[in-house]
Design a protein around this ligand. Structure first.
Ligand SMILES: [Zn+2]
Length: 264
């Protein structure tokens, strides 16, 4: 089976159901032809099924999500999972499972210099900019648009502290709980009081003051979070991220209230 599983269709991998469907089709083909078909022919047939299934999708080729060594779609040489082939320099298919830190060539850590991140983001965007591929093949044009949107997504995720924190948790197989289980009662009481304070504030000045105070607290939490992640204390990181989420939601309420105050 090893050679068969090597042939992958990333598009299908993105969808569990479809992938299982494809896997079942391949298994069926494999078991029905195993005894009577020479191996090379079997592999070709398997490939044909994949190609057929993939071509039924809107795009004839799929984002590459396999972790196994890649072959450049153009020169067919084995290449690391980079954006461009090191041999022929053609833009490769997007790897949607790429680690965002690796994509932006940053160490996987919560602490990072945002100005350096922005600089790297702009460099990468200029490499894959669709304008540079307007005279190239349609495959490269599609790839440039795909890379461009993936780089955007990765940049936004790593730029915004709460997103970056949640992404790091995810890389560690965790996520923040959807309920209040990670919070202590004291914090919840405090948040309720904060909400009341916002409800009662009726002037622009009052609201802006609360907003500023919250910004200061968020700033402090981001600093603590960097230390906590550096110590690999994921438990504490989780509760800090939940707290930040609360503070951010109060800030959002303030912004909405300010907008309606200005509108009236
Ligand atoms: Zn190549």
């Amino acid at each position: 089976m090893r050679r068969i599983t090597r042939i992958s269709c990333g598009y299908y991998r993105n969808s569990r159901h479809s992938f299982e469907h494809t896997a079942a089709a391949v298994r069926g083909l494999y078991t029905s032809t195993l005894k009577s078909t020479p191996f090379l022919q079997l592999e070709n047939e398997t490939q044909n099924i994949f190609q057929h299934l993939c071509s039924q999708q809107k795009r004839a080729y799929a984002p590459n999500t396999t972790a196994i060594a890649n072959k450049c779609w153009n020169c067919k040489k084995e290449v690391p999972q980079d954006m461009t082939c090191s041999h022929c320099h053609h833009l490769q298919d997007v790897n949607s499972e790429v680690n965002y830190f690796e994509l932006l060539q940053f160490p996987q850590s919560f602490a990072l210099e945002t100005s350096a991140l922005t600089k790297r983001f702009r460099q990468l965007q200029s490499v894959v900019h669709p304008d540079k591929f307007s005279n190239k093949s349609s495959r490269e044009q599609t790839n440039s648009a795909d890379w461009s949107s993936l780089i955007n997504k990765a940049y936004k995720t790593l730029l915004i502290p709460i997103e970056r924190g949640q992404y790091l948790l995810k890389l560690n197989g965790r996520q923040i709980p959807q309920d209040n289980s990670a919070l202590d009662k004291e914090f919840l009481m405090e948040m309720m009081e904060r909400n009341e304070e916002v409800e009662e504030a009726n002037s622009k000045k009052e609201l802006e003051e609360i907003h500023e105070r919250l910004s200061g607290e968020l700033h402090e939490k981001v600093a603590v979070l960097a230390k906590v992640f550096a110590d690999n204390n994921l438990e504490k990181a989780t509760s800090l991220l939940v707290e930040m989420k609360y503070l951010l939601s109060i800030q959002k309420t303030i912004k909405n209230k300010l907008q309606s105050l200005m509108g009236s």
